[in-house]
Design a protein around this ligand. Structure first.
Ligand code: FAD
Length: 359
């Protein structure tokens, strides 16, 4: 059954002006870059953390409907991706199974945020010709630690870009780069909830101009309680006396924001201190666990050094099992306590966002 939505009629009704009034001005824009990447006349660009218009808009409306913040039917999307809608006993979306997992290779675990699971899964896919690129997140060459999308095309690039960047990143521009500029045909895409929704919109809404989502073989969704503005890098971290050039890794775990230089801890601060830098859009975001991804991953629910893994789709299950059998990862069923922690955290996020929206 084809659940894709034909937006032909409604597309004419909305355009970038509507994105400004409905998404950007109310502070809902997540800076994912979907509108910029989907514009057929290249009239949009990212200015700082938000999109801006730089050329004549043809009012096609594609940007509006590709934006993850404009409305869509979660039920239709779930039916199309997973073959069914979530049940009442699935508080963090449709899933098949949950694991706690990590990379088998200790060198990969060392560079990973939690268990290095994501990096190991991408390495399996790249080494075995399952993908010809991985859209992941890198650091800017010009601004220290500024997050930028990256199309990794070999194992070194996957390993060198392991680790979480907690600041805003226009990941859909990375997907655009992979498909339009580099001619990639089959990519894995890593991102937080809103970027996964943008990829799904690109796969499921027929009018997507570049058809970017059609080239995505696997979506890996990162749990996300909140994401931060680049002001975190420009103000908070230097004000704490930490030299950005010395940093090798960031981690948020158990209510603490931790900055490392190798094995040395440069800063350990309560996550509350970062509140002024949380993106406005995060306050209204309902989903902790990237509920439309093939596989969702986070640290919540697992022991230190392990990644919590939610397998949602058949595609996700297939690649997870293949990576397991090929010896790239090891996994154990997620213990009940860990599962309950994920439920509690995702329920907390949903409740907080719902209250913030006044719903
Ligand atoms: C903004 C943000 C907030 C998060 N908040 C939470 C949280 O509250 N609770 C929780 O349990 N987990 C959270 N995570 C997820 C967690 O930090 C780990 O990414 C996840 O557990 C996977 O760990 P790993 O060791 O398996 O991944 P790794 O092997 O380290 O691989 C991580 C992959 O993600 C890519 N990546 C890094 N930053 C980004 C980014 N900003 N956008 C897209 N891709 C990126 C890397 O390039 C790499 O390919 C958050 C992630 C992000 C980006």
């Amino acid at each position: 059954m084809d659940y894709r939505i034909d937006m032909t009629t409604v597309l004419k009704l909305k355009a970038f002006g509507s994105l400004i009034s409905e998404v950007i001005r109310p502070g809902l824009c997540t800076g994912c870059g979907a509108c910029v990447a989907s514009c057929p006349v290249l009239a949009l660009t990212m200015k700082g953390e938000q999109p801006a218009i730089i050329d004549r808009c043809i009012n096609c409306g594609i940007c509006y409907y590709q934006c993850p913040e404009t409305s869509y039917s979660i039920e239709e999307f779930e039916k199309s991706i997973f073959g069914r809608v979530r049940r009442d006993d699935e508080p963090f979306g449709v899933y098949k199974s949950c694991f706690t997992a990590r990379a088998l290779n200790p060198d990969v675990r060392k560079v990973g945020t939690d268990g290095g699971f994501v990096t190991a899964l991408l390495l399996y896919m790249m080494d075995n010709g399952k993908i010809d690129g991985a859209v992941i997140c890198s650091k800017s060459n010009t601004e220290l630690w500024k997050a930028e999308p990256k199309v990794a095309v070999n194992r070194d690039e996957i390993i060198n870009n392991a680790g979480t960047k907690y600041t805003v990143c226009p990941m859909i521009l990375g997907l655009s780069n992979a498909v339009r500029d580099l001619g990639k045909k089959s990519v894995a895409f890593v991102g937080t909830d809103h970027t996964i929704v943008a990829v799904r919109k690109s796969q499921l809404i027929k009018n997507e101009y570049w058809g970017l989502g059609g080239y995505v073989k696997l979506t890996i969704g990162l749990f996300c309680m909140e994401c931060f503005s680049n002001r975190l890098l420009k103000e908070y971290i230097p004000n704490k006396g930490v030299d950005l050039s010395k940093i090798t890794k960031f981690h948020i775990t158990r209510g603490r924001f931790i900055i490392y230089s190798g094995d040395e801890v440069l800063l350990k601060a309560p996550i509350k201190e970062l509140d002024p830098y949380v993106l406005q859009s995060c306050h209204k975001c309902l989903s902790l666990t990237a509920e439309l991804a093939d596989i969702s991953v986070g640290g919540i629910g697992s022991e230190p050094g392990w990644t919590t893994v939610i397998i949602r789709s058949e595609q996700g299950e297939k690649f997870f099992n293949e990576a397991l059998n090929a010896g790239y990862i090891e996994a154990k069923p997620l213990p009940t306590e860990g599962f309950n922690t994920v439920v509690k955290s995702s329920t907390f996020k949903r409740k907080k966002a719902t209250e913030s929206s006044g719903a």
